[in-house]
Design a protein around this ligand. Sequence first.
Ligand SMILES: Nc1ncnc2c1ncn2[C@@H]1O[C@H](COP(=O)(O)OP(=O)(O)OP(=O)(O)O)[C@@H](O)[C@H]1O
Length: 276
Amino acid sequence: MFEKIKHGLSASFFHQDSHRPVNLEDTRGVGIRVEQLNKFFGPNHVLKDIDLEIYAGETFCIIGPSGTGKSVLLKHIVKLETPDSGEIFIDDMPIFAQGQGAVARDYRYSMVFQSSALFNSLTVGENVGLWLREKRVCKEAQVREIIKQKLEMVGLVGKEELRTSELSGGMKKRVAIARSLAMNPDLILYDEPTAELDPVTTDELANTIIKLKESTRNTTVIVTHDLNFALYISDRIAMMHGGSIVEVGTPREIKRSENPIVRGFIYTTTKGIRGE
Ligand SMILES: Nc1ncnc2c1ncn2[C@@H]1O[C@H](COP(=O)(O)OP(=O)(O)OP(=O)(O)O)[C@@H](O)[C@H]1O
């Protein structure tokens, strides 16, 4: 059963395109450039001429109201969706180009899904060690050491043997993050990490992500409609509205933006408390 779960299913949250041996020590942040990206679902024009640059090593949030295309954009970055036109470059290499110019990309990325997407039949430790065991990246003793270390990084020391069904929502999110960290990703993506979390757990999660950035060099991209969370943890923020990027800036610049759409979003999400 464990073998069945391990194979195939984990590909959606871990990825390495190249078939070179994995060197877990060798991590870096990757730069992402989105150029003129368009996506239609039938008549629904969901992404409209998206141009965006995310710098290597930064924590970048994509904010905006529900249904504006944030998750669809994130899915393009990890190739879970294909654009109708446009391209995404990671470290200047196109990720959708086919044929002669296509090169195997040598970077690792992982995604933390809104639902956490843990395997309930496995323990916390087995969830965290899934990719390492599937790829046979290192010996079992080292896998156990990495599991311990990653759980420590997210504040779950000694929880290896717990069943994921025994965990609270906030703990599940932490396990999902530890699982993503197990591969030492160059790029880590979060889809609505604070959804379903109470304010205290949200705050803890924000501090965990900030702390992780002190010990990793990766690029972090987060989709959220939680403005305060984004302002707290981001180096820069992009605001999406109606399938377009309407503003990009540092938290300070976003708070001071004169753009009426940004101001409206700040006003509604802070119930009228002005962002100074
Ligand atoms: N696979 C799909 N097929 C058809 N339409 C889709 C698909 N995925 C997303 N959409 C549509 O694309 C639009 C943008 O969805 P998306 O999930 O990106 O919104 P979002 O900004 O992330 O909002 P939320 O925070 O509510 O998830 C929505 O109208 C949605 O219904």
